[in-house]
Design a binder for this molecule. Sequence first.
Ligand code: PMP
Length: 394
Amino acid sequence: MFSNLKEQPADKILALMQLFKDDPRPTKIDLGVGVYKNAEGVTPVMRAVKAAEKQLWEQETTKSYVALAGDPDFADAMIGLVLGDAVARDTVSAAATPGGTGACRQAFEMVKMANPDVRVFVSNPTWPNHLSILKYLGIPTVEYRYFDAESRGVDFEGMLADLADVKPGDVVLLHGCCHNPTGANLNLTQWQAVVDVLLKTGGVPMIDIAYQGFGDGLEEDAAATRLVASSVPECLIAASCSKNFGVYRERTGILMAVAQDKGLKGLTQGTLNYLNRQNYSFPPDHGARLVTMILNDPALRKEWADELEAVRLSMLGLRQQLADELQRLSGSDRFGFLSQHRGMFSRLGTTPDMVERLRAEHGIYMVGDSRLNIAGLNAQTVPILAKAIVDTGI
Ligand code: PMP
């Protein structure tokens, strides 16, 4: 039976990680995988997470199951973090999921249950896992223009023109902040225009927010999600705690369904519970519990927010340093977009050949679409990267 299986495509980013590992050059630089690293190249356990874990070890008396949707306190804390008071609490149903990926997966399954003919509009480009999960579920996708190859910003006119084709019952997948893989984002005026298109077309927004706190700040990064959620009749929000709490391997995320029609809450909550039951029964609890403890304890919350802010500022500093160094070496402003982009990633906007040359000639590893992880850099490696980019003729 197993011989009937087909080879599945290897994950490109994980394959790149292996290549990096096998590269003997001591000067190699890994700008591939999407994990935050500090200046020493370490992905640290955040201080507040360590403190919460210690408390939890002392206080936890059982590892029995929690609930199909996870701990309601986790839902409350995350709804507060992401949505603030933008919508009334009784319009939101929510379920804990294994990471933001789990939240996306459940969201896609839910919209297919609600509308078997659903099409999901995705930015070109988007996080590749969106596309592969949608393909796996047999949900058709429609690309909307997003990245402008010339300016490396958003092709906003193209985006709006493509979203005009949305039909009622279609889903429009949007990155709440820190777009992955491009780093290019909409401003709030542009988000308002997207809301207007959604209201006009009847498309249902699904917001994937995986980097809250990595862009312009915790509140600022949630502003677009709050605007959308408070403006449209229905929306879905898939939030990840992997990056902003640094709990990647604990698989901590949440799916929220917001419906202004409060009568729908029982139905959406029941569906979220059902989907958890079918796919893995109870969602993981450890990471969710740590996040809840941190968000609900003012001292831990401050410790966490301070550390997250330092992470954000260090990435912004690296962006500026890289843009400045490239300006100095190339004598042109064409790399200024690096300081405008937000989040952990920027798409350089060069060809796969150039990306391969950076790897072969300079030991610099980035994803083939020229996405680089800013957090893979430090003050010493920025000038090395800048020189390699200019020497390669990018
Ligand atoms: N959405 C986007 C856009 C992401 O970049 C990621 C992380 N790579 C996720 C969702 C989900 O991450 P996780 O499942 O690790 O929480």
